[in-house]
Design a protein around this ligand. Sequence first.
Ligand code: AMP
Length: 290
Amino acid sequence: MRVARTRSDMQGVREAATDAGQTLALVPTMGYLHEGHLRLVDLARKQADETVLSIYVNPTQFGAGEDLESYPRDLERDLGLAESRGVDVAFVPSDREMYPQPQSVWVDPGDELGGRLCGASRPAHFRGVLTVVAKLFGIVQPDVAVFGRKDYQQAVLIRRMVGELALPVRIELAPIVREPDGLAMSSRNAYLTEAQRSSALGLARALRAVREAFAGGERTAQRLAELARDVMEVAGVRVDYAEVVHPDDLSPVSEAEPASICAVAGYVGTTRLIDNAPVAGPSSLENVGA
Ligand code: AMP
């Protein structure tokens, strides 16, 4: 596995791939890799000749008082995991490489999609995400980029960005990978104490309860969302939001349909966790014990 640390290293990789007639897949991450990230790598490897994994904790997507400084990092371990999973190139840029000058031009997600759900409690978050992803696309010039459904709103926004800005990259989404008990894998799970870890299960439990209620005939989105809130609160999660939304544009629905997405977010201690699932049909919650 090669490690590219600068834009020009990375651009060299892209040029060599183009010259050899090879396609590139990109998996953007903030590192502290877990199985969820590595499944994105598995999917990426099926989509292109070479797989690039980027590891970059992007400061512009963190708000004041959020966990930028404490965000877990372990580059040596990440590089070992990436290599053993078949990544061809790790792109590990510094802040100076990604932001050589103060950013003046931003990709604005707009209020309608970017101001709701996570965007409501993290106002500049998606502007930072879209801007750094656009930069990564510009530097790596991937043929395909792979993102996880775990960050569902992010995935919808990235698809929108690519469509509306006519960026020449295909977006593939991978299912949510969970711990055996249902907790969605996240680098931030490393913050949780044992007691908090069991409270955190409230998010997956809430989604499961919503799916059961839907299967039992409940269609009123507000009642499903209230159920999700109740389950999270009982588990000790401080609810940020619980909503049932349209899968394409995240607009609130009044009557839930099978493809509607239940999206939840909440705090356990100071750790903010998110999760989501369609209200019916396949989901990685099915394999999880009660
Ligand atoms: P992050 O490092 O948290 O920024 O995540 C990088 C990518 O991995 C994003 O596309 C996430 O949606 C995806 N991801 C993170 N956790 C999971 C998970 N548990 N299952 C699937 N994808 C995930």
